[in-house]
Design a protein around this ligand. Sequence first.
Ligand SMILES: Cc1cc2nc3c(=O)[nH]c(=O)nc-3n(C[C@H](O)[C@H](O)[C@H](O)COP(=O)(O)OP(=O)(O)OC[C@H]3O[C@@H](n4cnc5c(N)ncnc54)[C@H](O)[C@@H]3O)c2cc1C
Length: 586
Amino acid sequence: MALRWLARASLLATSTGVVGVLGFSAAENSLEPVRPLAAFIRDCKKKNDDDATDNNGGGDKAIAAAKVVAERPRVLVLGSGWAAQAFVRDVDTQQFDVCQVSPVNYFLFTPLLPSTTVGTTEVRSIIESNRVIASFRNHSLSSRLAYILRMRTPREVACVEGEALEVSASEKRVRCKNSRGDEFDLEYDRLIVAVGSQCNTFGTPGVTENAHFLKSVRDANTIRGAVIDSLESASCITEATEKKRLASTVVVGGGPTGVEFAAELVDYIRSDLSNLYDEARNARVTLIQSADHILNTYDKKISEYAEETLAHANVDVVTNTRVLEVKESCVVVKDKKTGVVREVPYGVCVWSTGVASLPLTKALMAQASGNAQARARALRVNAGLEAMGLKDIWATGDAAAVDNPKLRAQLKDLFAEADADNSGYLDKDEYNNCLAIAARKFPQSAEHIRKVAKYFADADLDHDGRLSMTELDAVLDAVDKKTRAYPATAQVAAQQGSWLAHRFNTDDVGAGFIYQHKGELCYLGNEKAAAGLVGSGNQEVVLVGETVSALWHGAYFAMMRDQRMKLKVGFDWAKARVFGRDTSRC
Ligand SMILES: Cc1cc2nc3c(=O)[nH]c(=O)nc-3n(C[C@H](O)[C@H](O)[C@H](O)COP(=O)(O)OP(=O)(O)OC[C@H]3O[C@@H](n4cnc5c(N)ncnc54)[C@H](O)[C@@H]3O)c2cc1C
């Protein structure tokens, strides 16, 4: 009973012949639970039984308490990124047994990952242990103090370091693998899929073999080593063309990650590497973007300022260009306007062109009933973040695609509900009421629905002071066209994780998840940055320049919930500024 999560693990361990895996000893028939879960169960017992004498929860009272605990629904969370950690922090562990599984035992603060590729920030500064988060979920000063004083506090969430390999939605079971390669099964009552995404290669040949992705701690460390490795190699040869190639970096993808990496790299070259490597003085950084502009989802002013700033910093910004292939030492590109194909040599190539679903997510989508997940870019969820066509599964963050139902499909119902006097037309009050109903029913579109409220006169095409159903149809069509999928960002993921926890705690879906966009920031190098901040009335205020760099630093500093992370990052920034970045390769 106590091993609720691991009900099938013994079976698997025995059936696969892996006796002793997870601490089970099938031969002696003595059931020794896998460490983290045993600790979880012990902690729960202690929490519910003041008289429990030891960590093993001895005594009848402890057993009774464990039974009460065992009746809580088991919530299994896959992942330890933005969405998962927000959920874990906010979910009520008095109501739910929560277990978190992730192949890495930490949370990664991704916005600062590009800066770790050059040593402006160290990777250890931007990670936080899952177990620490699970122990000090509210990050209060008293819980921090308890941690500093090494006081034992009950961990309210069980943490398992393991990769989810496969979900059986029908059996409510997840097969996992730990870092030693041992496989085990975990059962759930509710499953939260927060596994994030992978880099999208769009099937371009040679990307996986030759380019570096920038998604994880390992990626950042590999890129950091590769940049130095290329320069060290360049310094050992005399042939000019090869020397130049090795000192060149190609960044594919002009989104925020690609731009910030290019910006950090040119800072690194200018401030640190040029003093130490002659080759670095001629180092080229080429940023390749398939669209007309880099940062093309941001305000036009930001895109233009970014292009200008990077060009000024000697970044070769190549737009309207598609990468056809990544070869071992060059990328083959095609100019979309002229059709000219050419090769761009590189020593290091970094690929950052959007996101795609992980195999685990795709396999889960395939288990959905009917066409619920057909042609979805990620797990399609409703406004309550519940995976469509799957039972008791919710998805958040990059792994989820919130379904945007079309308002037009509800035209007749909306019209009828708002037409209070049954006249067959909507006057201005009825129109506003219709939009209020629509905003309640379609929270994803609420922002755009609010915007069309002032266009009653424009919508009234025949100027008769009222709207017919056809005229309302045109308004709803305009809203449908404006409603986009949520972007794959930390902002969306964290808000969804937190919203879902509150939805579980209160058992109330309310109007569903509504994303509050707070704006965007991008570092552009040489102490310059750009920001689009959402002000009152959902208007975006665009700021660019050197002072915005302080805003960029301040905003990310404020986003860190862990005081220790703040301290370490602050120290890294000061260290890089005073002493320069560490250029050693270890
Ligand atoms: C370099 C970089 C910079 C970025 N900068 C910004 C920014 O400045 N602002 C912004 O808003 N967004 C930014 N983003 C995007 C943002 O990081 C993502 O949108 C966000 O991380 C998505 O959150 P998530 O919780 O869905 O996934 P993630 O944060 O990616 O977390 C996924 C988690 O799932 C785990 N996992 C993976 N596979 C499995 C499995 N099989 N089983 C169990 N667990 C698994 C992973 O280890 C990880 O812990 C950046 C992304 C990158 C890569």
